[in-house]
Ligand binder design. Structure first.
Ligand code: GLP
Length: 240
């Protein structure tokens, strides 16, 4: 596990954006795994700038980690909407090759199977970008999730609902379930980059990097992956 500690959020974002730029330049038809949340916001802004300077996204395929159950793609807090707003509308990606689980599918179980199949058909993920929850979740794989899980419907932990309520008008509006790629789906990616900033992530980062590998700390499973880089700012690294 490679841990890169940088000064602040901006440096973290530059570091991760550069890793993505290198991947896209080396292999324009890469399959990228993408994350949402506040952590990658500036990464996506930088990718938009790289595109303006010539970086070509047209051959990429992208898979997002997760989506809230019950939020339609045009809901401002849905992750499809987030991706359109923050990245897809800023680059020349082929929209038909951008995948986000459908949180309003009639048959959610079928949607999970379909999503996992799509990843397989695309040849697997070359580079997976991750954030981390304050409870060390990756995607929406909450503490206790088995390491063998693939894309499934998950119940959000009360702490996750509380953390994410800042994006909604009230905590009651936060969906209680999501579709999330599983731990096994994430671990199949060839390369993984996890980013974290701020003191609120310090415990999760310390447990993920130094603690025992346990389902109680979902991100600790990454210690078992052959190609993982953590890019963390000083505050998030403060308990390492
Ligand atoms: C969210 C997402 C995760 C994300 C994490 C951290 O709930 N499901 O994929 O990495 O929580 O979010 P943030 O970057 O806003 O701290």
């Amino acid at each position: 596990m490679n841990v890169v500690v940088v000064n602040n959020f901006d440096r973290m974002s530059e570091e991760v954006a550069k890793i993505m730029q290198t991947q896209i330049s080396r292999k324009p038809e890469s399959v990228l795994g993408l994350a949402t949340g506040s952590s990658p916001l500036c990464v996506y802004r930088l990718l938009g700038e790289y595109h303006e300077r010539g970086l070509d996204f047209s051959q990429l395929t992208t898979f997002n980690l997760d989506e809230y159950v019950g939020l339609a793609p045009d809901h401002p807090q849905s992750y499809r909407y987030y991706m359109e707003e923050n990245l897809f509308s800023k680059v020349n990606v082929n929209k038909a090759k951008t995948f986000v689980p459908n949180g309003v599918a009639e048959d959610l179980e079928e949607e999970c199977r379909r999503y996992e199949d799509l990843i397989k058909q695309a040849g697997g993920i070359d580079l997976q970008i991750l954030g981390i929850g304050t409870n060390a979740h990756i995607g929406f794989n909450e503490p206790g999730t088995e390491f063998g899980t693939i894309t499934q419907v998950v119940d959000l932990a009360p702490s996750t609902i509380a953390d994410n309520s800042r994006f909604f008008d009230s905590p009651e509006e936060v969906p209680t379930q999501a579709i999330s790629m599983g731990i096994k789906s994430i671990m199949k990616a060839k390369n993984i980059v996890l980013m974290a900033n701020g003191g609120s992530k310090a415990d999760a980062i310390a447990a993920a990097v130094k603690g025992p590998v346990t389902t109680k700390v979902p991100a600790s499973v990454l210690q078992l992956h052959p190609s993982v880089t953590f890019v963390v700012d000083q505050a998030a690294a403060s308990k390492l």
